[in-house]
Design a protein around this ligand. Structure first.
Ligand code: SAM
Length: 354
């Protein structure tokens, strides 16, 4: 392309955007460092100097000063030139330093850094067309995913998603059998078990280290008496009398979601319900070209599509499948009823009935 074809105003605007994204990309590692070392939690307590923050976190002042300066430039903390102290606003502290808050975000950046570490493996996939299993990623992906998703489940699952399903809450209160398939570290399973003590919960995932982690988490949460975790795939987990089967953000990671749908159908009671939570997406690509779609298409390229292509059938549904394609998968599995129960900015909450 000749130089005259370049509109310098448009180039400047694009480079401005790219510099902003460059800083954001580098911030991912800084946020994870602050999370791992307790820097955000200590900074949330009071405005502080780098020296004090380093003392309180047993870290080195020179690194902490540079870290604070970078985050202040990026809007992840604040700097007061009069007092020369750094601080977090209540909102920044809620999102960066409060592990149980519904806005807690460092887990998402843990996912980002894990995927950057896997970039060489993923680049190769573009040439070979092969898949990459969930289990083949850096272990921070498993912990980051749990910490990224758990705040959303805490904020929505019991208070809004389950009540949006037809008759399910009452069954869970009186005592139901529930399978949580592709449960990962079991955050959703444990939350449900805490809220519905008369019900029995069975968490399944093919990834053995995740199941081991989930078992420990259930012990620590005091719900091991009503939760069982086991290694199993979505197409062959045991049981055929579940009142509720739940899939949280995992159907599109599977190679054969239609086969999984068929297995869910035969594992449910006749009056049972399949709760399917998938990333929020519209049906058309052009309607997903927004910040949420950007995050999910990127995650889909780096994790979800390779995961699906690594398994049998290898449908590669993608994390932005949208309701119409999900309906197709679910009904091909044999379900007769399918509807959107509710949604959040990040999730489609779908209900299928036999
Ligand atoms: C994005 S993670 C979601 C984990 C969990 N549901 C959550 O919301 O935190 C996707 C999970 O699906 C699991 N998975 C992928 N394919 C599977 C299959 N065929 N059968 C069972 N689990 C599968 C992975 O091991 C992983 O734990």
């Amino acid at each position: 392309m000749s130089e005259t074809a370049i509109d310098t105003n448009k180039l400047d605007a694009f480079m401005g955007k790219a510099v902003g994204d460059l800083g954001a990309a580098l911030d991912a590692a800084l946020i994870l460092i602050g999370d791992k070392l307790g820097l955000f939690k200590a900074l949330a307590l009071a405005p502080t100097t780098p020296t004090d923050l380093a003392k309180r976190t047993e870290t080195h002042e020179r690194y902490v000063r540079e870290w604070l300066s970078a985050l202040a430039a990026g809007g992840y903390c604040n700097y007061d030139p009069v007092t020369q102290r750094f601080s977090l606003s209540p909102e920044q502290a809620f999102a960066l330093a409060t592990e149980g808050s519904p806005a807690f975000i460092p887990g998402a950046f843990q996912v980002v850094t894990a995927l950057v570490k896997d970039e060489e493996k993923i680049t190769t996939l573009f040439r070979t067309g092969k898949g990459l299993g969930w289990h083949e990623h850096h272990h921070d992906l498993f912990h980051g995913t749990e910490r990224f998703f758990r705040p959303g489940y805490s904020a929505n699952l019991v208070s809004s998603w389950i009540p949006a399903l037809d008759g399910v809450e009452a069954k869970l209160r009186s005592g139901a059998r529930v399978a949580d398939v592709g449960c990962g570290h079991g955050a959703s399973t444990i939350l449900m078990a805490q809220s519905f003590p008369k019900s029995r919960f069975f968490g399944f995932d093919y990834h053995e280290p995740s199941i081991r982690w989930a078992k420990q988490a259930a012990d620590q949460a005091g719900v091991a008496d009503r939760v069982t975790f086991a290694v199993s795939k979505a197409k062959d987990y045991p049981g055929h009398d579940y009142d509720l089967v739940a899939f949280f953000d995992c159907l599109h990671d599977m190679g054969d979601p239609v086969g999984a749908s068929g297995h869910v159908l035969q594992s449910l009671r006749k009056d049972g319900t399949w709760l399917l939570v998938e990333p929020y997406a519209n049906d058309r690509l052009e309607d997903n070209l927004n910040p949420v779609g950007r995050v999910f298409y990127a995650a889909s390229t780096l994790v979800c599509t390779p995961a699906s292509l690594s398994q049998e059938v290898g449908l590669g549904l993608g994390a932005q499948a949208g309701e119409a394609r999900l309906r197709d998968v679910v009904t091909k599995g044999g379900f007769r009823s399918f509807r959107r129960a509710t949604q959040t900015p990040f999730n489609l909450v779908l209900e299928a009935r036999p």
